[in-house]
Design a protein around this ligand. Structure first.
Ligand SMILES: Cc1ncc(COP(=O)(O)O)c(C=O)c1O
Length: 393
């Protein structure tokens, strides 16, 4: 008896992040925890804001009964009202609590959305480099991913995008600010994506959902504003979480927001509630729902990530790396000095620097740095980046 052949195969082929984690464990045993510079994981170093702790204490000390019970599968009404009113003020669109479903993080949200929308064989268009879990999430629900390559700035190749959409396309899935590149789609990029989607909807007589995966929506640098996807396509859905903007990835709290003008909005919302339940999530964690209801305008100190971005970007460019300057999230995606990104990443490992090869994000020839770690680790990683670069020049 063994685990399923399919799961075994994808695990063996699959996760570079897991492989780097295992490599890291070995290196840490050999050289000591403090002498390995682990930039392979997107686990945010910045602690949740003070307001989070205050809310946690307030709720823990409350005598209110029933706070740990089941609630409607969409989540608490108060929390959904708070999120809807924030979205209404940001977009000018008529969001109500009925457009919001509370979920177990953005990962839970994406699975609920895909299960609700996909029939077997339906296609999900994604953009390289991509968060690799998308492939597995789509497969969980019978979907197949079709991949659009990037231009040199990690923006979509629109010519390929136009050709890749077929009558089986149900979802176009974007992620901005992006993991692994840190690139943020501008209003112009969103407008062009929406224009192509509309043309294809008309050509094939179908409706295509633009699903925006946005766990980094508040982690923006250089004074950028958040480009709202809802303004560009009526059949749009946002899947997001507070894993990064409140520093709560272990607490599994996120939400789905459906555009009030979505073509079958009521049916979709009922489907999402059903899928949240039957995927076994049942509901998002009760305590976290109560807390985030009062934190919709609060964010961790984004300037701290911005200064880590500045430090790593300027030092690595000085060393000779080619990098598209990230404008959000907490990743960068430099070009590997040789075509073989896996070989280069292994060489960085010899210098005790752990990163993830671009092959793990569907784009060989690059590697991902997660700089959401402490400043000392970032500073001490630079010698390794310098020596690895020198060994291939
Ligand atoms: C692009 C992207 N989408 C989704 C997720 C999942 O986020 P969550 O922890 O909220 O499930 C992550 C987590 O790193 C991510 O980087």
């Amino acid at each position: 008896m063994s685990i399923s052949k399919k799961v075994k195969r994808v695990m063996e082929e699959g996760s570079w992040i897991r492989k780097m984690f295992e490599e890291g464990v070995k290196l840490k045993e050999e050289f000591g925890e403090n002498n390995v510079f682990d930039l392979s994981l997107g686990n945010p170093v910045i602690e949740p804001p003070e307001e989070f702790r205050d809310e946690l204490k307030r709720i823990a000390n409350s005598d209110e009964l029933g706070t740990h019970r089941y609630m409607p599968n969409a989540g608490y009404s108060d929390t959904r009202i708070a999120i809807a009113s924030q979205l209404k003020s940001e977009t000018g669109l008529n969001f109500t609590e009925n457009n919001i479903i509370m979920t177990c993080g953005a990962g839970g949200a994406l699975n609920v959305v895909m299960k609700s929308l996909l029939d077997p064989g339906d296609e999900v268009v994604i953009f390289a480099p991509y968060f690799v879990e998308y492939i597995f999430y789509a497969d969980n629900h019978g979907g197949m991913c079709r991949v659009v390559p990037p231009d040199p700035n990690f923006l979509p190749d629109f010519d390929v995008f136009e050709k890749i959409i077929t009558p089986r396309t149900r979802i176009v899935l974007i992620n901005t600010p992006n993991n692994p590149t840190g690139v943020v789609y501008s209003e112009k990029v969103l407008a062009r994506l929406a224009e192509i989607i509309h043309a294809k909807e008309n050509e094939f007589g179908i409706q295509i959902s633009l699903v925006s995966d946005e766990p980094y929506r508040k982690i923006l640098f250089d004074g950028l504003d958040y480009p709202q996807v809802f303004r560009y396509h009526k059949n749009s859905v946002v899947a997001t979480s507070h894993s990064k903007d409140l520093g709560l990835p272990g607490e599994r709290i996120g939400f789905i927001a459906v555009n009030p003008s979505y073509f079958c909005v009521e049916e979709l919302l009922n489907g999402l509630v059903f899928c949240n339940r039957t995927l076994g999530f049942v509901n998002a964690p009760a305590l976290m729902q109560r807390i985030v209801a009062n934190l919709q305008t609060i964010t961790i100190n984004v300037r701290q990530y911005e200064s880590k971005r500045d430090f790593m970007y300027s030092n690595l460019v000085d060393i000779g790396y080619e990098i598209v300057r990230p404008q959000g999230a907490f990743y960068m995606f430099p070009k590997a000095p040789i075509n073989d990104d896996v070989r280069f990443v292994k060489n960085l490992g010899k210098h005790r620097v752990l990163v993830v090869p671009g092959s793990g994000f569907g784009l060989p020839g690059y590697f991902r740095i997660a700089y959401c770690t402490d400043d000392e680790t970032l500073r001490r990683s630079l010698d390794g980046f310098r020596e690895a670069r020198a060994s291939f020049s």
